[in-house]
Design a protein around this ligand. Structure first.
Ligand code: PSZ
Length: 500
């Protein structure tokens, strides 16, 4: 199975000259002259409305096996290229959502196909190790080449995990362990600690808390879910912790017109954070850590200023709380920097930075002191996946080689300017265009109109996502260029004209 897939992909990469002449494909040489090959289609091409008949048939089949309520359509990943996702009905769509923001350099990037078709990588593909106990020889080297080469300021240690939730879940545990060790004065745990933890009681299972923000999304596993506050349906019926939840600033746009109001709102939120930390300490549930996204994504692309984050970081320090920046969605380059927190301009931005999605492997960076004091305290079977480290090392090479962060900054400006223009043209429909790099969003007048716009855009060959109550978010791959922005703006303009 694996080898037939590999040989097919190998064949694909060898056939690159054929792609040059494939109908609807083009060789983009002007934009990225340093790249030996970059393939992309020249625009969307729609054959049916989406989902088409084949997708509907497959959804029915899968429906006998799983809940399919969330499935949009089925994909043909062999045919997908660059910024274009092709479905099983032969529809080719400009993908500005990229698997919930998790395709870093487009579909079937030649550099990644080449990597995976290298026979030297076969054993990494077919033998998934339990990394915490039996890592492969090249593991330190690959971590150094991939994750450590882009480590946030002040962090030289990284722990990989399988997904974003798993990363955050373990990062929270790391903060609790660190906090209790500080409280204990780094002495060994007592007999009572050890026996009480076995029955979920204090002092072994202490009443500690993590402070999170209204509108946040940090994952759906039980611990993470206690810090997720974006939609009720995520949380309903699942027991949770009594942990403090602070308000996240609600910025008014355009920012230059509301400088004073926005600064006041941020100050109000920060004040509330300190109040909550004090209140929860008094309740006997001290805040061991603060977790925050640099831009609240699922919650509606809510931004805050670098000053807000700087002050919050100081509050965490002042009260002895760990500071965990969740870059699962913002990390990987969409904001024009590899990490969104780099925009804050701080030498010591966090104690923990978690990632997944565009970084291909989940995990978290941490300060030395956040390392668990004993083996097996932060542990599971896989603890990541070395194939993802291989891919990530190559993705980072491509990002550097093709200056993709600069490209993102450029196409992001074009995208945001386009959104500003559309918002001026359709003031009743659109508002609050905002973004950093291509990590952009715009608000639609109401949820029903948003759904209609998303579906109509899809039928015209543009894939977008929603977030928050009524926002549309943009999450293209890093190979999204100015001319993709133009294609998008033309189609989006047509769709909006139908909703006037
Ligand atoms: O509906 C869902 O479960 C979704 S839709 C988008 C996400 C999840 N994002 C995942 C995510 C995130 O955006 C942030 C900031 N933190 C943690 C997570 C969880 O990552 P995964 O999904 O890999 O567990």
């Amino acid at each position: 199975m694996a080898s037939s897939l590999i040989s097919r992909q190998f064949a694909l990469s060898l056939q690159k000259n054929l792609w040059l002449s494939a109908p609807g494909c083009r060789y983009v040489s002007k934009v990225a002259p340093k790249t030996q090959v970059e393939f992309d289609y020249d625009g969307p091409s729609m054959k049916t409305s989406v989902p088409g008949p084949r997708s509907q048939e497959l959804t029915k089949q899968l429906g006998d096996i799983q809940n399919v309520g969330a499935i949009n359509f089925f994909c043909n990943y062999d045919e997908s290229r660059g910024n274009y996702l092709v479905d099983v009905d032969g529809n080719r769509m400009l993908d500005i959502y990229t698997q919930i923001s998790s395709i870093p350099i487009g579909y079937n990037h030649p550099a990644l196909l080449k990597l995976m078709s290298n026979p030297n990588n076969l054993s990494t593909l077919v033998n998934r190790p339990a990394l915490g106990i039996l890592p492969p020889e090249n593991f330190p080297e690959k971590l150094t080449e991939s994750l450590l080469s882009v480590a946030p300021s002040g962090m030289a240690r990284v722990q990989t995990m399988a997904c974003g939730s798993c990363a955050n879940e373990n990062a929270y545990k790391a903060m609790f362990i660190w906090y209790r060790n500080k409280e204990r004065g780094h002495n060994t745990p007592s007999e009572e600690d050890l026996s009480s933890c076995m029955i979920n009681q204090v002092p072994g299972c202490p009443e500690l808390s993590i402070l999170s923000f209204m509108g946040a999304f940090h994952g759906r596993t039980m611990g993470c879910l206690a810090t997720t506050h974006s939609k009720a349906i995520h949380k309903l019926d699942v027991p949770s912790f009594d942990w403090p939840i602070a308000p996240f600033p609600k910025l008014q746009y355009p920012l230059e017109e509301f400088t004073r109001e926005n600064a006041q709102d941020e100050a109000r939120c920060l004040e509330e954070v300190e109040d909550l930390i004090i209140k929860w300490r008094q309740k006997g549930k001290p805040v061991a850590g603060i977790v925050i996204e640099p831009i609240q994504a699922e919650g509606g692309d809510n931004h805050a200023s670098p000053n807000f984050f700087k002050s919050l970081r100081n509050i965490a320090r002042k009260h002895g709380c760990g500071f965990h920046v969740d870059e699962v969605q913002t990390g990987g380059g969409n904001t024009g920097k590899l990490w969104a927190h780099e925009h804050w301009g701080m030498d010591d931005p966090a104690d923990i930075v978690s990632f997944s999605k565009k970084l291909l492997t989940g995990g978290y960076y941490h300060k030395d002191e956040l390392q668990a004091d004993k083996p097996y305290r932060i542990f599971n079977t896989w603890m990541g996946d070395p194939t993802k480290n291989l891919l990530l090392a190559e993705v980072l090479n491509v990002i550097r080689r093709e200056n993709l962060l600069e490209e993102v900054t450029r196409s992001g400006k074009a995208l945001l300017n386009g959104l500003y223009e559309l918002q001026a043209q359709y003031p009743g429909l659109l508002s609050r265009a905002r973004g950093q790099g291509t990590f952009c969003a715009i608000d639609i007048c109401d949820d029903a109109t948003r759904s209609s716009i998303l579906l109509k855009a899809r039928d015209k060959g543009v894939l977008l996502g929603g977030c928050g109550d009524r926002s549309i978010r943009f999450r293209p791959a890093l190979v999204f260029k100015d001319y993709h922005v133009d294609i998008f703006l033309n189609i989006f303009n047509d769709v909006l004209a139908q909703h006037k």
